[in-house]
Design a protein around this ligand. Structure first.
Ligand code: FAD
Length: 446
């Protein structure tokens, strides 16, 4: 039997020198869970991916994939099996005429938009610049300036290594099961994506942002008001409400404790953008501080989100989609806000009204999405932070329609990763294509 070390330049097995350094490097955040793959390999191209999967099959080992390493719960890091690090697969080929880009899964959002900008094109990547496209698109992708359409719905084809180690292309007409699953099944996908073929879009002319802030004690009124104005806002306005710690706009080293409501619009003209943000100017809460609408760019949104969710910290995250009424939710949300585990931690509310299409696995059973983010520095706070996100979201399960996969915490709290019909279909497809379970599935299931 050949060794995997004959197939790739970098492979370390548990116990080898360099194994622990490679394991720590898999994860973006500072807290690396105590899970230990048998082997970690770094691949340079799709042929190596196929060979590694064939080798894993011959040695009866399971496989997990890692692209940008930003999964909050470090889902690529499993116990046992082969972890395939695809971060070097970060090539970008742009076909300007047809508005298509072929992108490696290890590509970061800012790399893609950096390559598209000279052609006046853009793609709705994650809001933080360094999120990998691999996990982001597989998990649905709730992107910047995306107009409330999951970014995976702009995937026109995927190149995939199957559980049998074959390289295939999947799109609307070929290998349709893989195409369906690759658009939204997240860590439940039964293959390795080696390229995404993306539809890309004209870069918007004008971006404007308007923020309204409130004292923390006014969070309930701020949330109620945000829900009211969400009906009056154009569908292209991205609106979120953050309750907890956020960087001061004048001096980002200062962390404010309060409520930040922010709305961003990308439009054809400044006039249209200002008109779209007008409903935020009519805030009836007396303590509100209403800012002026200011021009913004995708690059500035990246920079702001790097301040809200900075690298170099420990993280715990969990979430829910809900259609519950606000009167039911307020008493359940109060313990989250009353017990923020650190100055930077926050609860996020986001309005997202996408229709779940049958053509893809993605499941966004909103219209609202609440996610709790614990951001802290000391390992001694792990237990408190993990418990704050996990137990509070567990208590909200009676009002939850399911979990948003890009912010999942399924290993600690397994709950409806997809809507019931889509999960049933995914598991049928897994039985059909990966009966021997070559690939790890959702955390919490194994
Ligand atoms: C700071 C920060 C900001 C974020 N902002 C957003 C945001 O604005 N919108 C949003 O939707 N999400 C956001 N996320 C969540 C992010 O999209 C997910 O965590 C996503 O999984 C990260 O992708 P990755 O490739 O970097 O992660 P990885 O940890 O490399 O991958 C996550 C999982 O995806 C699967 N996977 C990855 N690549 C492949 C592949 N090529 N083939 C098969 N399976 C694969 C694996 O199961 C893996 O465990 C953010 C995360 C962070 C840390």
């Amino acid at each position: 039997m050949s060794s995997v070390k004959d197939l790739v330049d970098f492979a370390v097995a548990r116990g080898d020198d360099g194994y622990e350094e490679a394991r720590q490097g898999i994860v973006w955040q500072e807290n690396v869970p105590d899970r230990f793959p048998d082997v970690i390999v770094k691949v340079k191209n799709q042929l190596e991916v196929a060979q590694v999967v064939q080798w894993a099959a011959a040695n009866n080992l399971k496989v997990s994939a890692r692209s940008g390493g930003h999964a909050w719960a470090a889902s690529s890091l499993r116990d046992g099996g082969v972890l395939v690090d695809l971060s070097a697969l970060d090539s970008i080929e742009v076909d300007v005429e047809s508005h298509l880009a072929r992108v490696g899964p290890g590509t970061k959002g800012e790399q893609l938009n950096g390559a598209l900008a000279p052609h006046d094109l853009f793609f709705p990547t994650g809001h933080c610049p360094s999120v990998g496209l691999g996990g982001f698109l597989l998990g649905g992708g709730y992107g910047v300036a995306g107009g409330k359409r999951e970014s995976c719905m702009s995937v026109r084809a995927v190149d995939v290594v199957t559980p049998q180690g074959e390289l295939i292309r999947a799109d609307e007409t070929r290998n349709v099961d893989y195409y369906w699953a690759a658009r939204g099944s997240g860590a439940g996908f039964f293959g390795v994506v080696t390229s995404f073929h993306l539809e890309v879009y004209p870069r918007p002319n004008v971006g404007m942002n308007l923020s309204v802030t409130f004292p923390l004690s006014r969070w309930e009124e701020a949330l109620r008001w945000s829900l009211t104005i969400s009906d009056k806002l154009d569908n292209d306005v991205e609106l979120y409400l953050l309750i907890g710690g956020y960087p001061d706009s004048e001096d980002p080293s200062v962390i404010n404790l309060g409520v930040l409501v922010a709305a961003t619009i990308f439009a054809d003209s400044e006039e249209a953008a200002l008109a779209a943000l007008q409903p935020l100017k009519d805030c009836p809460v007396a303590e509100a501080a209403i800012g002026e609408a200011v021009p913004t760019t995708i690059e500035e949104i990246y920079a702001l989100n790097d301040l809200i969710d900075p690298p170099g910290y420990r993280y715990a995250v969990d979430n829910m989609w809900t259609s519950a009424g606000i009167d039911d939710l307020i008493p359940q949300l109060a313990p989250i806000i009353d017990n923020l585990p650190s100055p930077r931690s926050y609860l996020l509310w986001w309005l997202w009204t996408a229709d779940d299409e049958e053509t893809a696995a993605v499941s966004s059973p909103g219209p609202s999405f609440y996610s709790a983010y614990a951001i802290y520095e000391d390992a001694a706070d792990d237990e408190r932070a993990i418990s704050w996100v996990t137990e509070n979201m567990r208590a909200l399960e009676p009002w939850s329609n399911g979990v948003q996969l890009n912010d999942e915490n399924l290993g600690r709290r397994y709950f409806r990763p997809l809507s019931d019909p889509k999960l049933k279909k995914l598991e049928e497809l897994r039985d059909k294509h990966d009966g021997s379970r070559r690939f790890f599935s959702f955390p919490g299931l194994e």
